[in-house]
Structure formats: structure tokens, C-alpha cells
Design a binder for this molecule. Structure first.
Ligand SMILES: [Fe+2]
Length: 243
């Protein structure tokens, strides 16, 4: 499996606190069948969690890669960010302070949980019109998506893809997020399921249970589509079609 959303970068956001946490998270991912992880620290134009991809961030990434080799944890890591769509995000991408997923056209995009629907569609449309493919992080957690039955359809109309959190399916983010996550999966509107892991203890990087659940409830083809094939297409910068 491949996880396209993981806060495993040590000491930069509310995810892994240090290198030891990061290697434990990678070990846990590996043991449960995840062999590739895109490292996606929170990133924001605003002063809170700027985390631009600068030389310090690059060095941190290289240190993590080196530690995984040193500890014989055969998880391959790739560069990425979870980009909060506040003003200036297009400039950030143009200037290289924000980066796409593994240098592809795919951008892991996060919205304010209370973002209005029109603002959300407009920001995603803007991103898509610049040639990027927005991958909307956990839309099932956003208020407007929970409240408006056609929100996922409208998000997809902007050219965006849908990344459901495994924790939402498990009920970790409450009833409304869980209900919406099931609806997205049931109606085949999901393009990815990702861990959005923040630690080795809770919100972990384990995807095996959710893969098994999708296999049982739907099919192994659909499970593989969500946590193997589409994530690999992101890494290869290949086009993604609906299921
Ligand atoms: Fe995240």
C-alpha cells in the first residue's frame, strides 16, 4: 500500500514530535503493509505552520530518509505537503515554497473546516485552472460537505479528487464525518483513502484494517484502487480516472 497523506516529518507540525516517533511510525506502517509514504507536513502561507519547503525542510527529509535506511526500515518516502488554501497559495506553488506530491501535478489541499461552499469551489477551481490537480484532504470532515448533499459532486466538478481519511471511516472524527465518509465510498466518489497519521499511538499510519474492510464490504479491486493503484499514479504523475 501507499499512503499519500502522513505527518511523519519529525518536529515540524502536530504530527511526529521527533525522529524516534517518525521511525516508529514508519516501522508500524511497514509491518502493516505500507511500503511507500508521501511525507505531507502542514503548510500555510499565514504565520501559523508556515513550513515552506526550504533547505531546512529538505535536510529534515534527507535525515529521515537516512534514519530509515540506518534502522533497516524499508519504507520509501517521497516529498509532499498538505497545503492549506489561504490567500497566496498559487504564488507559493509558483515560487516553490509549496510543493506538489512527489513533483507531480497533484496537490494535497486542505480547506478550513468551516469554509463556505462557494469559497471552497472557487479556490479549488483556481488551483485546477493553473494546471494542478487538487486532491482534497478529508472533505468528509468539512462542514459544508456534511451539510450539502451535492458538495462532493461539486468539488469533483472543479477537477479535484477526493481523499477520505481512514479515521473518518472508523468514527474517529465523529458521526457526521463517518456518515459522509461511508457515503463517499458507497457512491464510488472516493479516489484515495489515506492515513493522515499524526503519531504511532493514535491516528496511526496503519492502512491494513481499512483495506481489509473495503475488500469485505465492496471488493479487493476497489480497495486496491483507493490505497494502491491511484496513489501509485500520483507518484508516477499519471492521470486518474473514476472507479
Ligand atoms: Fe493532514
Amino acid at each position: 500500500m501507499i499512503d499519500i497523506h502522513c505527518h511523519i516529518m519529525p518536529g515540524v507540525d502536530d504530527g511526529s514530535g521527533n525522529m524516534s516517533d517518525s521511525t516508529e511510525m514508519a516501522q508500524l506502517a511497514y509491518k502493516s503493509g505500507t511500503k511507500k509514504i508521501i511525507v505531507t507536513p502542514h503548510c500555510n502561507v499565514d504565520p501559523h505552520r508556515r513550513n515552506f519547503w526550504d533547505s531546512e525542510m529538505e535536510n529534515r527529509f534527507l535525515s529521515l530518509q537516512a534514519q530509515l535506511r540506518l534502522k533497516n526500515i524499508p519504507v520509501e518516502i517521497f516529498r509532499g505537503q498538505e497545503i492549506f488554501l489561504s490567500g497566496g497559495f498559487i504564488d507559493g506553488l509558483r515560487q516553490g515554497r509549496f510543493i506538489t506530491l512527489n513533483g507531480s501535478a497533484y496537490v494535497l489541499a486542505e480547506l478550513d473546516f468551516r469554509e463556505s461552499a462557494p469559497n471552497a469551489y472557487s479556490k479549488l477551481h483556481r488551483l485546477a485552472s493553473e494546471g494542478y490537480v487538487p486532491v482534497v484532504a478529508h472533505p468528509e470532515r468539512y462542514e459544508f460537505v456534511q451539510e450539502q448533499h451535492d458538495a462532493i459532486y461539486k468539488i469533483k466538478e472543479t477537477g479535484s479528487l477526493i481523499q477520505v481519511n481512514k479515521g473518518s471511516l472508523k468514527g474517529s472524527f465523529g458521526f457526521h464525518a463517518q456518515k459522509k465518509s461511508f457515503e463517499i465510498i458507497d457512491t464510488r466518489q472516493a479516489d484515495f483513502i489515506a492515513g493522515d497519521a499524526h503519531s504511532q499511538y493514535s491516528r496511526t499510519p496503519v492502512l491494513a484494517d481499512v483495506h481489509e474492510f473495503i475488500c469485505e464490504r465492496f471488493s479487493s479491486e476497489y480497495a486496491d484502487f483507493l490505497v494502491k493503484h491511484n496513489p501509485q499514479r500520483v507518484l508516477d504523475n499519471e492521470r486518474i480516472y473514476g472507479y
